[in-house]
Design a protein around this ligand. Sequence first.
Ligand code: HEM
Length: 541
Amino acid sequence: MAFFAHLLSFLFQSLGSMVSKWTLLICLITLLIVKCVKYIQLQTRLPPGPWGVPFFGMLPFIKKEFHLTLFDLKEKYGKIFQLCMGQTPIVVISDHNIIKKAFAKGELAARPKTVFSDILGGYGVINIEGALWKSQRSFLHKQKFGMKHWGAGSNQMEARVSQEVHYLLNSILAEKKSPFNPETILNCAISNVICSIVMSTRFHHDDPKFQRFMYLFNEGFRLFTTTGPMIFLPILKHYPGSQDTIEQIKNNRDEMLEFVRYIIQDHRDTLNPEAPRDLVDSYLMEMEQAKEEGRDVFPECKDTETQLEQIILDLFSAGVETLKTTMQWAILHMLRNPEVCRKVQAELEQVVGKHRLPTLADMPDLHYTKASIYEVMRRSTVVPTAVTHATTRTVEIEGHLIPKDSHVIPFLHGVHMDPELWDQPEEFRPERFINEEGKVQKPKHFMPFGAGQRMCLGDSLAEMELQLFFSSLLHVYDLEYPSETPLPSLRGVAGVTVSPQSFEMSFVPRNVEALIISNAKSQSSKEAWSKHVRVFGAMYG
Ligand code: HEM
């Protein structure tokens, strides 16, 4: 108030001679009223939601997994609601139509500024925004993650994925222990797809370099989840324990970057512009071309070398954990629903036969198999809250105002478990994805990859991988669970993704002939690209 009184007296003194004091007073009061009305309008037009407590917001009330808490709040407050986590307002949208409309807007395409984004320094693709983000999405898309050099179509991607399918099936055959936890071999196979496409590298799962790299990644994910409270209460950043976590994340990242830098240097030393191999080559050639043309490589990019390093780590983070977790869920759902598993295997036998492995060309006829994969992705949405978005300015959604810098969540788990959209959503029923003509069909409200401008960039690759890995596994093996122990629940463990509790199971050969014939064929037709793939660690076979 004292400030206002001083301001008024200053204005009266300095402007008093030009306009009357009354006019000035009326102007100021009008300004104040407009401000108040705007504030009240904003408050009354915010989405509904729980109040929480001052300073901490809803933080003290989160008693179970975040996505399950949001599900309860959605039941109470509806399909668009807001909650405060610490000082941060978070808007949660769980209506598929609103999600599609809202996330198509550029104003919702930003990412929140957090301790983690500070560490990444504005590089990569997942955690950046603006012109650099746009250019990276378009570059990665045009380059097909580096596979563009090998010709049009998806043949090259399929070849890389199929190679890893072979290695996975062979590793299972060679596995001495039964039952065993399939997580490590799945992780290795799926990591190798990204490694092969992005940087022409693959690892054997016993290789110490691979094990260290995966340890650092998983540890990075674990530490990242512990930074949650720091995001919502930035003051926590200054506590010594938080500083240790931040230091640890930085150190792990530096160690991963050492390996990434080694790969980039190796590519630089061996690059043949006439025969580029992968995504790293695509970036190196783009850098060279920009230098020759005297232009910036990418807009708003301070350092292209760091950008390339972070892109490699981003694709690894986005493309491995999500797929490995989906495959783990797929195995678990098949173990829980043996009648579904048998139907998938019967379809595979009918369409593919016993003498080869499934290929992409079979997929248009594998309706039930594809429907089962989609049902896995719906029932166990691995990224239930997608990746949080942020608003670049105040935006209006469905009559509600969402202030600038709010966090916004497309609540995919909320959509996938909505009883208005899916009859008895808790149940596992692939038939939901089969239409009246018996063909597989995705409903509009199926959105495991999110929607809008920031929708998953690897959706086609991910679907291809799931189709080839899942169908080949079930074609060659029966899945068995040791009957003494109860099967893990479907609730899962929430981290960066929601994954099943670890479990051990057995793969029992049912059609190894298909694998042996495929092995013989792939040995005799070693393709040009496979010569470029650098292998770390002993290989199977
Ligand atoms: C089952 C597998 C996968 C699922 C369920 C999945 C899901 C998602 C979701 C929900 C998002 C966030 C969308 C948003 O911000 O609203 C996302 C982002 C992203 N995904 Fe995936 N993803 C999968 C596999 C992959 C693969 C294989 C890649 C490629 C290597 C990939 C690359 C990306 C990238 C680069 C982004 C960030 C896009 C951006 O910020 O503009 N994903 N994914």
